[in-house]
Design a protein around this ligand. Sequence first.
Ligand code: ADP
Ligand code: MG
Ligand code: MG
Length: 210
Amino acid sequence: MQITVDHVIRFLERAAALIRDHAAELTELDTVIGDADHGTNLNRGFSAVVVKLDALQDGDIGTILDVTGKTLLATVGGAAGPLYGTAFRRAGALLAGRYTIDGADIAAALEVALKGIVERGRVQRGEKTMLDAIAPGVDTFRTAIVQGQSLEEAARCALVAVEEGMRATIPMQATKGRAAFLGPRSIGHQDPGATSAYYIACAMVGLDAD
Ligand code: ADP
Ligand code: MG
Ligand code: MG
């Protein structure tokens, strides 16, 4: 199966809708171990992305992802804006000029996006951040594609890994971001960024639902 510009636009629209529908929940999680703005921040950013998408229907996938990243960088703020912004921009740079992509292209784009988050956040796995949801998803997706599974199957397996990674942040102690200030009191709460990453992954898997 090939993924087209249309699929990418619909993924971003779905991501924006999921973030909007779960904004209160994301902010609630950020109230417990942060500063109560994660849902508000991301909803502002993805709403701005949707507005930009209208003018991008004829653009290539790389441009669409680059504009998405730039828009998130400019509008989200906090820790998550630069992290998601960098991830989308890196994926966009890799897919510059492309109008169709396959599973291997998506695996490569996810790899560079992940590397962008690691570099920008100076973060490793196990620090109770979005990385703990995203990294297992990227690993699982790549392995499934390398093993010859379909895009649909790889995406479904990856989503399970993202959800497990999100839940695995609950017992972790935060050592990055605002939650790190809480020290051991950050234990027992799900990370807001890992949760938004899960909703974005849900939107990606929707790529194959139609
Ligand atoms: P802020 O904490 O600046 O208000 P947000 O509330 O929008 O920013 O985002 C918080 C989320 O960002 C956290 O739940 C965590 O997942 C993620 N995060 C924070 N710092 C880092 C980092 N250095 N690397 C990766 N992710 C991080
Ligand atoms: Mg916050
Ligand atoms: Mg903040």
